[in-house]
Design a protein around this ligand. Structure first.
Ligand code: XMP
Length: 181
């Protein structure tokens, strides 16, 4: 399988800088409340590392949680497991993920944060694949902040993997030969 660049590192850098400014503006609407970012591992590790350093605010909390709906393959399993979700009672939360695909993962995390008492939950994804969205409880999830909208292809790089491989690539790449269902 041959990863073919779809979004080059320089474009990612530029968009992440813009997102950082947009997020600072969004957090400014809640003065006095320290925003809490919940980044979903493993796929968001590159994105969130760059993103938090591009948000020009004096203070924020950064937590990591793990959510999985893919289990080593390329097809969403439909069931979402969430580990290590922090307590965010009363917090203004931003969930950061690598890619919004069917929407099941983000919907499950957002619901869990609301159930845990978060005051506000917004979402930020590097990549959005709207073609594959499914309704969850009758709602097709939309992220509040999106880096890039991409076509219905399996992508790797900049943190995204195929069975643990390719996360280190600086570009987001299409993985030739991988069928998605
Ligand atoms: P859902 O379907 O719940 O999936 O929105 C979100 C999670 O699925 C993984 N995912 C991908 N991972 N290349 C990847 O490396 C892809 O094209 C892809 N599409 C979905 C990812 O972990 C994401 O958090």
């Amino acid at each position: 399988m041959n990863p073919v660049p779809l979004i080059r590192a320089a474009r990612i850098r530029g968009r992440v800088r813009q997102l950082g400014r947009e997020l600072a503006g969004a957090f400014a609407g809640n003065p006095g409340r320290v925003p809490a970012i919940v980044a979903l591992l493993d796929g968001s590790f590159c994105f969130v590392a760059d993103l938090v350093r591009a948000i020009p605010v004096p203070d924020l909390r950064l937590h990591f949680a793990r959510a999985a709906s893919y289990h080593g393959g390329t097809v969403s399993s439909g069931s979402v497991t969430i580990d290590a979700l922090p307590s965010c009672v009363g917090a203004d939360v931003l969930v950061v993920d690598d890619i919004l695909d069917t929407g099941r993962t983000l919907a499950a995390v957002v619901a869990a944060l609301h159930a845990g008492g978060a005051a506000r939950v917004r979402t930020c994804v590097l990549l959005d694949k709207p073609a594959r969205r499914v309704p969850v409880d009758g709602v097709r999830l939309r992220a509040d902040f999106v880096g890039f909208t991409i076509p219905d292809r399996f992508v790797v790089g900049y943190g995204l993997d195929h069975d643990g491989r390719y996360r280190h690539l600086p570009d987001v790449c299409v993985l030739d030969g991988v069928a998605i269902a």
